[in-house]
Design a protein. Structure first.
Length: 142
């Protein structure tokens, strides 16, 4: 899965045109709004509304696919992890959860005058994070 998502990595750097992709491509190809509407079997006004919905982010995937097809194109979409990979995302989430778990335990121990050293806490977090990555509990995503 990571390899498939990596293919989208460079695409995530592309900034959409301010008018939206549909209008930008339609005008670049020289397709009038009337022609675009006719290809979609809708009115010129409805075609304009599709472009507006894309621009304001309320368009559906179905409408995007239909618009792409009307311009002899195809819609391609995907997800790109905010971290460099799915593994890095899992690593970060496991470390965050491990830190919360170990911190709770550490606070309890401090209240009982059994405080751990900073080094021991770091090791406990690393160890717990590894366990969480192996187990992949649902709580990782809370």
């Amino acid at each position: 899965m990571d390899q498939k998502l990596k293919d989208f990595g460079h695409v995530s750097q592309v900034i959409p045109p301010p008018t939206g992709w549909i209008k930008a491509i339609r005008t670049t190809l020289g397709i009038s709004l009337q022609q675009f509407g006719t290809k979609l079997s809708i009115s010129k006004q409805s075609a304009s509304e599709i472009e507006q919905r894309e621009q304001d982010g309320s368009i559906t995937l179905k409408s995007l696919k239909e618009a792409a097809h009307a311009m002899d194109m195809k819609l391609v979409y995907g997800f790109v992890p905010m971290d460099e990979s799915l593994d890095a995302l899992i690593e970060r989430k496991a470390r965050e959860l491990a830190t919360r778990i170990v911190s709770r335990t550490s606070n309890t121990m401090r209240l009982e005058d059994q405080e751990n050293t900073e080094d021991r806490i770091k090791k406990a977090i690393a160890q717990r994070a590894e366990e969480l990555k192996r187990e992949m509990p649902k709580t990782l995503w809370d």
